[in-house]
Design a protein around this ligand. Structure first.
Ligand code: UD1
Ligand code: CA
Length: 439
């Protein structure tokens, strides 16, 4: 296959998002719109990924500072999609091969579709292969005009389309695969009268004029080429991606009681026979092991859950938590940067932060690790088989030894040796006949 370079257009402001944030930095399921497009492009292992930025370009670049593979190009004024590609042309001066052009506001594109497009391009010897899609409601998109042989002639923008042309349901989703030579025709494109912009879509007419082979590729699932221009389309895209991810996990043996209310980010890994109940959110690089059950309304962020473990309902695992096999984390229990060992239980109402808890420990209701003194964070260590009675505060740094026992209501400020009982309770006093006279 020919060498590949990718250009992603992301300079636009996206006025209709009504936001201080650049459009392409809005998120769907934990990743920005542009992030989704970049990820899809990366699966093709291109020589280069060039992203054209303009509006709030510093913000956009900063959000991708870890992506060393991106080459940034600045488009000062947004003079149109053709002008945006022209800005990137300089970076491809000596490049020979294929160029894939994508829009940064279409995050649902699947890598498989791009791979298939490359194969079609190779087989059909196309100089320009343009993706098209059939939309029930094509309004807002450029329409594909074909001649009586069914060959593409041009793309007409909605603004410039006649009422007959507006009825055409085949649209331009904005995905172009072209030979790098075709980029030279960009110079020939003239400003549109209607919008005063240079339209990339005019490249079709220019290429045909030069007797180049222009072919189309019909994208099989129209959902994946939907562009995002407003918050309602953003929500719709979240739903589409949610469904795609959840269905993939169900096919791999995960049970979802209510996939419509379950949000699993694409970076998450779930193993076979995991059961996910309604309202669960799992984000980042989280992993849930075989046969574990995540009960309703639990949130798991960047955390690892072992096999045969039960989380929730209403539990919150904050980043860097690790819950071992066959453990239980119950309702209103929050873990942060905490390891809970195999077979350990924290069943009700607890905050466990910066703690290392061994195996088969029992953490009573209302246990709190006091990990923060207002300046620094400190660690709590609870060793194997320890029993922490209800309503205990563990003032870190502190350690409770193996099989030690902490009585209910204790404030632990000193280490508890293995097997010892710690008690810091004030002795109960009963005052007899206290009941007030006359009552
Ligand atoms: C464009 C297409 C239209 C297509 C639709 C698909 C043109 C002329 N029209 O219209 O046929 O159906 O996308 O969503 O191409 N951008 C820049 N610099 C610019 C202008 C745009 O980087 O000067 C970027 C935007 O940030 C965006 C993308 O290009 O990511 C598309 O631009 P947008 O203004 O949304 O184009 P549409 O009017 O939707
Ligand atoms: Ca658009």
């Amino acid at each position: 296959m020919k060498k590949l370079a990718v250009i992603i257009l992301a300079a636009g402001k996206g006025e209709r998002m009504v936001s201080d944030r650049p459009k392409v930095l809005h998120h769907i399921l934990g990743k920005s719109l542009l992030g989704h497009v970049v990820s899809a492009a990366q699966t093709l292992h291109p020589e280069k990924i060039i992203v054209v930025v303009g509006h709030k370009s510093d913000d956009v670049k900063k959000a991708f500072e870890k992506e060393a593979s991106i080459e940034w190009v600045f488009q000062e004024q947004q003079l149109g999609t053709a002008h945006a590609v022209l800005c990137a042309k300089q970076s491809l001066k000596d490049f020979e091969g294929e160029v894939l052009i994508l829009y940064g506001d279409a995050p649902l594109l699947r890598a498989e579709t791009l791979k298939e497009m490359r194969e079609v391009s190779e087989k059909s010897h196309a100089d320009l292969l343009l993706a098209t899609a059939h939309f029930q409601q094509p309004s807002g998109y450029g329409r594909i005009l074909r001649n009586h042989h069914g060959k593409i002639q041009e793309i007409v923008e909605e603004k410039e389309a006649s009422s007959d042309e507006k009825k055409i349901q085949e649209v331009n989703p904005g995905i172009y695969l072209l030979d790098a030579q075709i980029l030279h025709f960009l110079d020939k494109i003239e400003k549109s009268i209607a919008k005063g912009e240079y339209y990339l879509t005019d490249i079709v007419v220019e290429a045909l004029k030069q007797k180049k082979v222009v072919e189309t590729y019909l994208v099989p699932h129209e959902d994946e080429v939907k562009g995002i221009n407003n918050k309602s389309q953003l929500a719709e895209a979240t739903q589409i991606l949610q469904k795609r991810i959840n269905e993939a996990w169900m096919a791999k043996g995960v049970t979802m009681v209510s996939p419509e209310t379950t949000f699993i980010e694409s970076s998450v890994i779930l193993e076979v026979d995991v059961i996910v109940h309604p309202g669960v959110v799992i984000t980042g690089n989280s992993k849930v092991g075989k046969g574990s059950e995540i009960l309703a309304y639990s949130v798991i962020e960047e955390s690892i859950v072992g096999n045969g473990t039960r989380i929730g309902p209403f539990a919150h695992l904050r980043p860097a938590s690790v819950v071992g096999d066959e453990a239980h984390v119950g309702n209103f229990v929050e873990l942060k940067k905490t390891t809970l060992g195999k077979g350990s239980k924290a069943n009700h109402l607890a905050y466990l932060g910066d703690a290392v808890i061994g195996e088969k420990a029992n953490i009573g209701a209302g246990t709190i690790t006091c990990n923060y003194d207002g300046e620094k964070k400190f660690q709590t260590i609870i060793e194997d088989g320890a029993f922490i009675g209800s309503d205990t505060q563990l003032v870190a740094p502190v350690k409770v030894g193996k099989k030690a026992y902490v009585g209910s209501g204790t404030t632990v400020t000193k280490d508890v040796p293995d097997g010892a009982l710690a008690l810091s309770r004030i002795e109960q006093k009963n005052i007899p006949n206290w009941k007030k006279k006359g009552k």
